[in-house]
Design a protein around this ligand. Structure first.
Ligand SMILES: [Zn+2]
Length: 245
C-alpha cells in the first residue's frame, strides 16, 4: 500500500507551515514539509499561513515547491492590499479564508471586497468548512450564489461531521462554481460519490499539514473506489487546472 500511495504524483491542495499552538500543538517547518513531500511524491503544496508573511517568505524561497494561498482576514482593512500584494508580487494563486477562526460568515458583506478582487485577479477562493456557526457549507453556497463566476473550494468538504460532508456535496452539486477538497474528511466513500455526482474535475486531494499525516490522507483517497485514472484527477490534475499551475 505504501508503494502504491507513493506511486501517484500529487499536488497537495491545502497545507500549512509553521507552528499551531493552542489545542492542536502541531507544527512543521518549510524544510520539513518539503522533505515529507519528497518522501511521498508530492510535487507541490498549496500553503497558507496567518499572518501571511510566513507563507510569503516560504513561497519566495521555494517557488518550485510551494504555491501560495493568501490567507487574509476580511475583517481587517489591510486584507485587500495584502491579497493584491501576495498575488502581484509573490505569485500567489488563491485566497484562503478561515471564517471560523476569524468569526465571520462566508457570505458576510466583509467578504465581498475580497471576492471581487479575487474575481479581478482571476484566482479562486479556498474556504475552510465544517464547523458551526461560521464555516458551514450552506453559508459558502450562499456566497457561491452571489458570485457565480468565482470558483470556491470548500476545504475539508464539510470536515468531520457526516451531515456537513453531505451538505458540502449537495451544495457543490447545486452550484457549479463550488469545488471540494478532501483533507480531514473521514469517509472514503464520499470521495468517489463526489467525483461521480459533483464532477470529475471538482474534487481535489489535500493533506492539511501539519494537522494530518500523508499516509492517512492518501490511503482514504486510494481506497475510495476510484480507478487509477480517476485518482490522478483527484491527486494531481484538478488542482493543477483550477489554480493554473
Ligand atoms: Zn488547514
Amino acid at each position: 500500500m505504501l508503494e502504491r500511495m507513493k506511486s501517484f504524483k500529487k499536488i497537495d491542495a491545502h497545507s500549512h507551515i509553521g507552528y499551531f499552538g493552542g489545542w492542536s500543538d502541531v507544527g512543521i517547518t518549510p524544510e520539513e514539509l518539503i522533505e515529507q513531500m519528497d518522501e511521498y511524491n508530492v510535487e507541490k503544496a498549496v500553503i497558507s499561513t496567518y499572518p501571511i508573511k510566513e507563507s510569503i517568505d516560504a513561497v519566495d524561497k521555494y517557488p518550485d515547491r510551494f504555491v501560495g494561498a493568501a490567507w487574509v482576514n476580511p475583517n481587517e482593512k489591510e486584507a485587500v492590499d495584502q491579497l493584491r500584494d501576495a498575488v502581484k508580487n509573490h505569485g500567489f494563486k488563491a485566497v484562503k479564508l478561515h471564517p471560523l477562526s476569524h468569526s465571520y460568515l462566508p457570505n458576510d458583506e466583509c467578504v465581498f471586497p475580497i471576492a471581487e478582487l479575487a474575481g479581478e485577479l482571476d484566482i479562486p477562493l479556498m474556504i475552510h468548512t465544517g464547523h458551526p456557526p461560521f464555516s458551514l457549507p450552506w453559508s459558502v453556497a450562499q456566497l457561491a450564489d452571489i458570485y457565480p463566476d468565482l470558483p470556491m473550494v470548500m476545504i475539508h468538504m464539510g470536515h468531520g461531521n457526516g451531515m456537513y460532508v453531505q451538505s458540502a456535496i449537495d451544495m457543490a452539486k447545486k452550484y457549479p462554481n463550488l469545488y471540494l477538497e478532501t483533507s480531514g474528511m473521514p469517509m472514503h466513500t464520499k470521495i468517489k460519490e463526489a467525483y461521480e455526482k459533483v464532477g470529475s474535475d471538482r474534487i481535489m486531494w489535500g493533506l492539511d499539514a501539519p494537522f494530518h499525516h500523508p499516509t492517512v490522507e492518501m490511503q482514504r483517497t486510494i481506497v475510495s473506489g476510484l480507478t487509477d485514472k480517476q485518482l490522478e484527477d483527484v491527486f494531481y490534475n484538478n488542482v493543477k487546472k483550477l489554480l493554473k499551475l
